[in-house]
Ligand binder design. Structure first.
Ligand SMILES: [Zn+2]
Length: 126
């Protein structure tokens, strides 16, 4: 389903680079937090997930990456809905622990302005 891409172009790395460039300090994959957030900002108590649009079903109707495959629709629907409801539960668990949750979608990591704005908004407003 997914091509092996070089690490340097992964959505997560693009986000990390953007965060770093904006001057924020973060930690990676902090253990013990629900859903193992990709990037954690302990000082801001923000847990950030970089979600693949297909696997986590990006709800934006304009997102081309989130399109459903044309075959084995039932299979994919079940699998992807499972992912989606697991995301919801984990995000709620984080909120219950006092964390704010920020989801960055894969397609947005390719738009530097959108990405920077989302990061800024989350980290500069409290
Ligand atoms: Zn998307």
């Amino acid at each position: 389903m997914r091509l092996i891409r070089s690490r340097d172009t992964s959505p997560e790395l693009r986000v990390r680079r953007a965060v770093h460039r904006l001057g924020f300090r973060y930690r990676l994959h902090v253990k013990g937090l629900p859903g193992k957030p990709d990037i954690v900002f302990p000082r801001h108590k923000i847990a950030m997930f970089v979600h693949g649009c297909f696997w986590h079903r990006h709800p934006d109707p304009g997102c081309k990456l989130a399109r459903m495959p044309k075959s084995r629709v039932q299979f994919w629907l079940m699998k992807l809905e499972g992912n989606q409801s697991r995301d919801k539960v984990q995000q709620q668990q984080l909120r219950d622990l006092g964390w704010r949750v920020l989801v960055i979608w894969e397609c947005d990591t390719k738009k530097p302005e959108t990405l920077n704005a989302a990061i800024r908004k989350a980290l500069e407003t409290r």
